[in-house]
Ligand binder design. Structure first.
Ligand code: FES
Length: 106
């Protein structure tokens, strides 16, 4: 298990125990984290699993693929630190990962 910390736009925080090998999106959905809609179920065709990562975490993870970068352009209010949470895989390497949930996905 790996702890992922989801922080809502209003500062509410929810720490979840995620299973290694699943996506951060799946961990959010399985634990009732609001704001990560994930309409496509992780097929990378919806961008409704869009999240922001703190700079230090964004730099630490492998960069988004070209396909993810292209899909992020369809997200609402993308920023340089945007990621699709369905493309971040849980492992010990992301223990304590902080994920900021955009306001506009509610
Ligand atoms: S769940 Fe649809 S792009 Fe991530």
């Amino acid at each position: 298990m790996t702890t992922i910390r989801f922080i809502q736009h209003d500062g509410r925080e929810q720490a979840v125990d995620a299973t290694d090998g699943e996506s951060v999106m799946r961990a959010a959905n399985d634990h009732g984290v609001p704001g990560i809609v994930a309409d496509c179920g992780g097929c990378m065709t919806c961008a409704t699993c869009h999240v922001y990562l703190p700079h230090e975490w964004f730099e630490r993870l492998a960069p988004p693929t070209e396909d993810e970068t292209a899909m992020l352009e369809a997200a609402v209010d993308p920023r340089p630190n945007s990621r699709l949470s369905c493309q971040i895989i849980v492992s010990a390497d992301v223990e304590g990962l902080i994920v900021n949930v955009p306001k506009n996905q509610f």
